[in-house]
Design a protein around this ligand. Sequence first.
Ligand code: GKR
Ligand code: MG
Length: 425
Amino acid sequence: MKISALKLHPIAIADPPLRSSYGLHAPFALRTIVEIETDEGISGVAETYGGDAPLAALEAARAQVLGRDPFQLASLHQLMCGKDSGAGDSTQTWLVPGENPLDQNNRTFAAIEIACLDIIGKAVGKPVCDVLGGRVRDRVPFSAYLFYKHGGEDEYGEVLDAAAAVRECRQMIAQYGFQEIKLKGGVLPPDEEIATIQALRAEFGAKVPLRIDPNCAWSVATSVRVGQSLADELSDGGYLEDPCPGLEGMAEVRKRLLALGLETPLASNVAVTRFSDVPKARALDAVQIVLSDPHYWGGLRQVQSLAQVCEVLGMGLSMHSNSHLGVSLMAMTHVAAASPNLTFACDTHYPWQTAQDEVVEGGRVPFVNGAVVIQEKPGLGVTLDYDQVARGRERYAAIPLRKRDDEAEMRKHVDSEWKRVLPRW
Ligand code: GKR
Ligand code: MG
């Protein structure tokens, strides 16, 4: 079997005015839908980051991909990514996820790999999770991913305090059935975010694990203070994610929390984004839970390798997400199903996207009690709805946005002086 065509569909999808330490989400998120065709008539699909840079990187890979056997993924990885030399510092916390130049090749390869795995699944008549070595679970739990936000066209309204966050969470859980909760922090002064987590605990009880992720908005001292204030709330399946910038900072937070007798685990998708970041994170005891993400770790097989590394090093494993549609959701679901030690509910932005923008035939991927259930369909189990892809492409062509810039959005709509300052508190 040979790859005969690579089709790239840049699309724009509606995104609500969500806040984070990066700033404010623009009204549109950018994605790229990748299609690979083969000379045997089987095609595969993937979804990845959008905008000019990811598109140009995929375009540049075209010559490496065409004519290759989609089953030969190890050699394609070698060709496109080479060896992770460990050069550079991943803790460039000013970067929006998906833009770290150090994992650029892995992001490009991932999109190709996922489409090839979809092809392989279809060729052998098996779901991707079974191609990956077989599933250890048929249903993959995701977490309710709460954001502070401004009022927009979505059903959640303005969420800028604890009471509104509880309402947002109630709404999301009623619709999707999530059983773990993540709060995107780094937006309000830390005491207000502490109050939000406490209110969530009071509302949903101790059986629902809680995590908070301020994307490096806090100093070491503030991180320790928040960790101390939320010692109960973030225990038992919860965690403190990227509280402050850099591995050294996180190591210091860990040390001080342990000295206070608090074992609250620290998680990261900012300071650890490549395999070469893991040894240092482990040696410093800076990170106890690594957030995987097939989109930038280099695809589904690399996430499985990461799972193994974490298992051996005694580190936990969770999964990160950015704004995405159903193709990405299914790629995340299949690898999570085939990763035994991925024991935390995965992050997903999916509730923030709308049915109007879904590019998957049949519409939105359903959640059952907070989980996506693996269907007995070959490959990723999704087929593109070409009318919807065309709609996304038209929208992309109609807007000037070509790169996520939450800081610019923040200045445009909320505060003309706003700058991303790390740590802010
Ligand atoms: O969408 O604003 C956002 C998030 O902050 C996202 O960009 C992060 O990558 O979800 C992410 C995270 O866990 O850090
Ligand atoms: Mg995070």
